[in-house]
Design a protein around this ligand. Structure first.
Ligand code: ADP
Ligand code: MG
Length: 620
């Protein structure tokens, strides 16, 4: 075959080659798909750029959960006219110029993709000025094309506004979630950046209302501003400096632990990351201090030589690769234990490494002399070596297995178990007035009826009873609320306040009468009769936690999640001693339910044994 691009056929039909380069705007749109997935990712990129520009005041403005406007205004170093234009090209960055720079990265960005991506999927208006320049630059871009560029008067710093996100990518626009969900995501991203830089002033406005106003301060002040006043007295400082890495930040006292993973923040070189592995290191440092199913609060910052990290991971991925993951695990765990012990929260000083870690080859093997010298200088080393063990863990040992070993156990919480045996119609109408009920282990109610032994789980049974009463309240008559004589106020973190605000009408049906009362604060006017006076705040906080626990569950709507959360929250828990009268009352209510056989989440409320099964178990 000859010819450059064309093949001449006998009938003179011309066949063209089919490969061509994509136009810039389409290539950028495709690339944007990876960097800008939703409004929150644009917020993260713009905030990080402002931080990288050295700003100490950063303001975020969103409308419509970022769908119509995301704007970040900073007082950072600004851009020259040429840089302002260049910034929107793909792979345009001021942050690295050689491959080696990758291993020294001190900035949040470095790939030069964010602005190019944003300009491909939204209409962008940039105003910027360097302090040393007499005037600033204004640029308008849409579809990766510059529409307008002109001089403008502007304060030193940069303002980038992106409007109508994904206006030209309808498939993506349609994929966006509800405003509540997207706004929550934006607030999460905002929180992570604001937490990492307490020395910077941040504010955030949503639909014209200020939702965050974070004065410059120290980390503790920032945490309290972001997560709520309740943490004021519940933070334990963590601080360990070693040659290899530094750990600083705070962990929550055990009584600040929550039912959801909500308040857990881990940063590596100021970058928010997620790591099930390091999360395990932290949680396990609490060992027995925490009740089961609860998660400690933490905001920890690990700083180490960037060369010890694989920074070149995907821009939106929050996972990170350490050169030596195990040593980081051991350091983090020990630092947290140390902190808890120093504040007399752990009963004894317990610096032993987990026996499973100690058994690893790498731990038992001695240090090389040089490493030994370097490391033994650090305070942490002392705690590791109490048992005469060196702790250097070689990179060559079996990482994969190690990781499996330490991955936290998956506990399926809302797993739906179908329970064919206990359909309601099969449950007999008991008469409990004459029966003698027994409580076993303060958890199970046991009784005999005819030839059957029934074991009822008190919490699951009570959840069923409450759940059905809530369904009734939502559909027929609302639960009456008991007015508080001295209404208490409830102060929440901004994101919890936004969530609660959303739920107010449903809560009213369920007997909670709450009124917004200024910034992130609510007045508790009334609660359902079964909430003890003095317990109102805690009861609402816990219910919100429980609600969040369900929020990832797409199959339930708001009401459904709320009812489940409340049922769980108000149900008697294992460990609660019940009187005969209480047990009988609970059983009567249970068997009056539509579906007494299973809890709202589909677990069995009870198990019954007949004589035959018993006989079989005894081999008779
Ligand atoms: P990256 O942050 O990875 O370098 P971006 O596309 O986010 O890539 O930004 C490109 C460049 O534009 C940055 O390297 C920086 O020089 C400049 N820039 C972006 N935002 C700002 C800002 N707010 N202030 C000053 N310069 C900025
Ligand atoms: Mg950037």
């Amino acid at each position: 075959m000859k010819g450059n691009g064309y093949i001449c056929c006998p009938n003179y039909k011309i066949l063209r080659d089919i490969i061509h380069l994509l136009p810039d705007n389409i290539a950028n749109q495709i690339a944007a798909g990876e960097v800008i997935q939703r409004p929150g990712s644009a917020v993260k990129e713009l905030l990080e750029n402002a931080v990288d520009a050295g700003a100490d005041e950063i303001k975020l403005i969103v409308t419509d959960a970022g769908k119509s406007l995301i704007q970040v205004i900073d007082n950072g170093k600004g851009m020259s006219e040429t840089d302002a234009r260049m910034a929107f090209e793909r792979h345009a960055t001021s942050k690295i110029s050689r491959i080696d720079d990758l291993f020294q990265i001190k900035t949040m960005g470095f790939r030069g993709e964010a602005l190019a991506s944003i300009a491909a999927v939204a209409r962008v208006e940039l105003k910027t000025r360097r302090a040393e320049d007499p005037g600033g630059t204004y640029i308008e871009i849409e579809n990766s094309e510059v529409l307008l560029q002109e001089p403008v008067a502007h304060n030193p710093g940069t303002s980038i506004a992106m409007k109508n996100l994904f206006f030209n990518v309808p498939a993506r626009r349609n994929f966006l979630k509800s405003n509540t969900a997207e706004l929550k995501n934006i607030m999460d991203e905002f929180t992570r950046v604001a937490m990492a830089f307490p020395q910077i002033f941040f504010s955030m406005y949503s639909n014209g209302q200020e939702v965050f106003h974070l004065e410059k301060g120290n980390l503790k002040q920032r945490l309290v501003q972001l997560l709520g006043n309740t943490y004021q007295t519940k933070l334990v400082p963590v601080l360990q400096d070693t040659d290899y890495l530094n750990i600083s930040g705070f962990v929550g006292k055990p009584d600040a632990a929550k039912k959801t993973r909500g308040d857990q923040f881990l940063f590596v070189n100021s970058r928010f990351i997620k790591s099930a592995y390091l999360n395990h290191a932290i949680s396990s440092a609490y060992s027995d201090l925490l009740p089961k199913d609860s998660f400690p609060m933490y905001a920890l910052f690990i700083d180490l030589d960037p060369a010890q990290l694989d920074i070149n991971v995907h821009p939106t991925k929050q996972e990170i690769k350490f050169e030596d993951e195990k040593i980081v695990y051991a350091f983090v765990q020990s630092a947290v234990k140390h902190a808890l012990a120093q504040f007399s929260i752990t009963p004894t000083l317990d610096f032993e490494l987990d026996p499973r870690i100690e058994q690893l080859d790498a731990i038992r093997k001695p240090f090389t002399e040089e490493k030994q010298e370097r490391t033994s200088a650090s305070g942490l080393y002392q705690s590791f070596t109490q048992k005469g063990q060196a702790h250097f863990i070689e990179g060559s040992s079996n990482l994969a297995n190690w990781k499996d070993f330490y991955e936290p156990e998956q506990i399926p919480v809302e797993q739906t178990v179908s329970n064919p045996v206990f359909k309601s119609e099969q449950l007999p109408g008991y008469d409990f007035s004459e029966m003698n009920l027994m409580q076993w282990n303060k958890t199970y109610i046991v009784f005999q009826h005819q030839d059957q032994l029934t074991v009822v789980h008190q919490q699951l049974a009570h959840e069923r009873v409450l759940y059905e009463s809530y369904v009734e309240a939502m559909t027929k008559k609302p639960i009456s609320s008991q007015q508080s004589l001295f209404p208490a106020t409830l102060e929440l973190s901004p994101s919890d306040a936004a969530l609660l605000e959303e739920l107010l009408p449903e809560l009213l049906d369920l007997g909670y009468q709450l009124e917004p009362f200024g910034k992130n604060t609510f007045v508790i006017q009334g609660t359902p009769a079964d909430v003890l006076t003095g317990n109102e705040q805690r009861s609402i906080e816990q219910m919100l936690e429980q609600y969040k626990h369900f929020t990832s569950d797409l199959k339930y709507d708001k009401k459904e999640k709320l009812m489940r959360a409340m049922a769980f929250q108000h149900a008697v828990k294992p460990g609660m001693a019940l009187s005969q009268k209480e047990m009988k009352h609970l059983m009567e209510q249970l068997y009056a339910c539509q579906t007494p056989g299973s809890s709202p989440n589909g677990r069995p409320t009870q198990i019954r044994f007949g004589t035959e099964e018993m006989d079989r178990m005894f081999g008779k």
